[in-house]
Design a protein around this ligand. Sequence first.
Ligand code: ADP
Ligand code: MG
Length: 398
Amino acid sequence: MNIHEYQAKALLRSYGAPVSDGRIVLSANAAKAAASEMDGPLWVVKAQIHAGGRGKGSFIEADAGAAGGVRLARSVDEAEKEAKAMLGRTLVTKQTGPAGKLVNRIYIEDGSGIEKEFYLAILVDRQTSRISFVASTEGGMDIEEVAEATPEKILSFSVDPATGYQGFHGRRIAFSLGLKGAQIKQCVKLMGQLYKAFVEKDMEMLEINPLIITDGGDLKVLDAKIGFDGNAVYRHADIAELRDTTEEDARELEASKYDLNYIALDGEIGCMVNGAGLAMATMDIIKLYGAEPANFLDVGGGATKEKVTEAFKIITSDPQVKGILVNIFGGIMRCDVIADGVVSAVKEVGLSVPLVVRLEGTNVDEGKRIITESGLNVIAADNLRDGAEKIVAAVKAL
Ligand code: ADP
Ligand code: MG
């Protein structure tokens, strides 16, 4: 689960981290009022969307102006003007995809004089199964590009969970960033605060890009991006409250209501599969036969007819879907339940694209009988390869 920059900063502030004064607003009027509560002389007007790269992004609408989603203002009126230009407009960044994201919230922040910009992240390193720090002098940059072109500029190490965070971890980062004097102490303290927040709140990723040295010589968190482990959010009512569902994919949101493992993708073939492994294999084989999956969907083991119906409805509601492949290997899942769900969903919402069904396993004959007797226009398949070949052929023939 992701949250907005302003929420991340409020959370980090509660752990003592140095962040600027700021106010979240929903209108240009409120932006003006918020700016006048701060001293100036520099304000920063920041679009709040769940994506990075806002500063270098651009708006789809011409009347939003040529600047990106992070704008400097030298007066209260200018802050109002920039907020007005961004609100209700669509911001496209490297991370949003070409469709962009609608800006509903603006963060008005006290402007900082910047001496240096660094990159800092804490994440769960899957290779070592430990929490790792990543730091670089190349702040404000795309860290993937830095990793590609100048990997020696990135410091990365993991923390032993038996000892947790220690002062030497912070000093290691401070020295790699070339910090001096009091900054080293600030760094050791800040890294400890960030690490504590990371562990206590079950974060998956915490990225500060940039972490800066201000013109006054102090360390400051200038941007903050946090992702939480979705499976642990139930343990944190305060974090669950920060969820902004308008930032989420509508179909993924709907699927989460029914406890379905659904992830939207860019392709044209909708997939309904049981089991994450089979779902991955299904996506792979669709690609092998020259098409792209429109989604990942694992209906799970003990899905009910209602759940299967909802899953099918979610797939058909995607206008990108040009064909559907149902691929079930019934172990715990019964083929007749899948068949019932598919038939009832089609009765409700209709079916305008080719449907290939491959059923195997528990109650397979009953499942096939239900599909045949329903009179649905279904292409039957015998195995995974057959199913993939048939759906790709059917979609290409359209
Ligand atoms: P994003 O990563 O989405 O582009 P950032 O918050 O990192 O957004 O802002 C982009 C750039 O804007 C920063 O690298 C920094 O140079 C500048 N910036 C952001 N916030 C402030 C601020 N409060 N004061 C001064 N400059 C800022
Ligand atoms: Mg940033």
